[in-house]
Design a protein around this ligand. Structure first.
Ligand code: MN
Length: 382
């Protein structure tokens, strides 16, 4: 039986790589739904190649063009953000690959869980914003939430066959990004082009900037807390510039398990889709002669303050992580539009964390409000 997959965000970095995985295993997977927000040209090409039953174009102004291209091929076309929440419950879907960027991934993820779909989660922001609510929903509906994020996929793989009580700590590795060894005065001057050059991973713009500021690792710490039900104190971040060890788990007997491989997002994507089985791949193999040293360092949270903010937000709980995420999405957007400098990003996030009203046990509505308020305050400062 083939697994039928809905890819939410099929034209992004994760989406396009997921389609490569699907193409390489036509006997295992088929694309049932493809969705994109604005890149309708690529969406049309993908639909012609992969023949899904349904496509959704987020931007309603592009509906006509997509409809005219795909209707003759018997592909159903829907438009608008609301359609996303509806199509995830389609009976013909086995797995929802959630590859939307940012807060926008939250609502459709909740809908997919309620529809009892297996989730391959590439959108870390929804766990950062609403980890507690999502975790409850997952338990209530007995669905599998399989991480696609490489670090969390690594931890997930290390935890296979282990009792939760035997875990002492999770060790998330981070490449350190392109500015790992920069001084503060050098960091002041870095521009968008430099920040978009990640040393090891090929990813979308938002996550690449987050990697350069270490916010990505901060968000991943929060993501790990909810995915694996572990306290903030049991999560450690280690800089590992080669990105060969994707993350580790240390157990109560002191033993450490690591998952290794070349940095290639297709691997965690494929694992999430094939789980609980492991299937073959022709991805390039790790060569020990090409890497004679693997190194480790402590992260410098004085230079990369975002990582410290994330740990603080996690420890404070409530809506703090939601504030952190909203402020971060706004500053990254502004940095990509060249409106603010690299070091202005953490300054605005810090102010935002202290200005938005704190809610200890936020409801979903409270989180929507928090997100709005935090974005408004960030935009003012931008
Ligand atoms: Mn990651």
């Amino acid at each position: 039986m083939k697994k039928r997959i809905a890819i939410l965000g099929s034209t992004g970095s994760i989406g396009t790589q997921a389609l490569e995985v699907i193409s390489a295993h036509p006997d295992q997977f088929e694309a049932e739904v493809l969705t994109a927000n604005n890149n309708h040209k690529l969406l049309i090409r993908q639909a012609i190649t992969h023949k899904p039953n349904v496509v959704v174009i987020g931007n309603e102004a592009l509906y006509e063009e997509v409809f005219e291209a795909l209707n003759p091929l018997n592909i159903k076309v829907y438009a608008g953000e609301k359609s996303l929440g509806q199509i995830v419950s389609m009976e013909s879907i086995d797995i929802v690959l959630m590859a939307l960027v940012g807060f926008s991934g939250l609502k459709p993820t909740m809908e997919a869980i309620k529809a009892k779909k297996q989730i391959a989660l590439a959108n870390k922001e929804c766990l950062v914003v609403a980890g507690e609510i999502l975790t409850h929903l997952v338990m209530e509906n007995h669905v599998d939430l399989i991480p696609v994020d490489s670090e969390h996929s690594a931890i997930f793989q290390c935890l296979t066959g282990e009792a939760p009580s035997s875990v002492e700590k999770l060790i998330l590795t981070a490449s350190g990004g392109p500015f790992k060894d920069f001084s503060l005065s050098e960091l002041k001057k870095v521009n968008k082009q430099a920040a978009l050059k990640h040393p090891n991973w090929n990813m979308g713009d938002k996550i690449t900037i987050d990697s350069a500021t270490l916010m990505n690792k901060g968000l991943e710490v929060i993501e790990a807390r909810w995915l694996f039900g572990i306290a903030a104190e049991q999560i450690e971040v280690v800089i590992h510039p080669q990105s060969i060890i994707h993350s580790m788990v240390q157990f109560v007997d002191g033993s450490i398990k690591a998952q290794m491989g070349l940095p290639d997002m297709r691997l965690p994507i494929q694992y999430a889709l094939s789980y609980p089985r492991r299937i073959s791949s022709n991805f390039e193999r790790f060569n020990f002669q090409a890497y004679n040293t693997l190194t480790f360092e402590q992260p410098d949270i004085k230079k990369f303050r975002n990582l410290a903010f994330a740990f603080e937000a996690l420890k404070s709980g409530g809506n703090k992580s939601c504030i952190l995420n909203a402020a971060n999405e706004e500053v990254v957007k502004a940095f990509l539009e060249e409106k603010i400098s690299f070091l202005r990003m953490p300054e605005i996030i810090e102010k935002c964390l202290s200005s938005v009203s704190f809610i200890q046990s936020p409801s979903f509505i409270d989180l929507l409000e928090t997100d709005k308020e935090a974005r408004a305050i960030s935009k003012e400062m931008i």
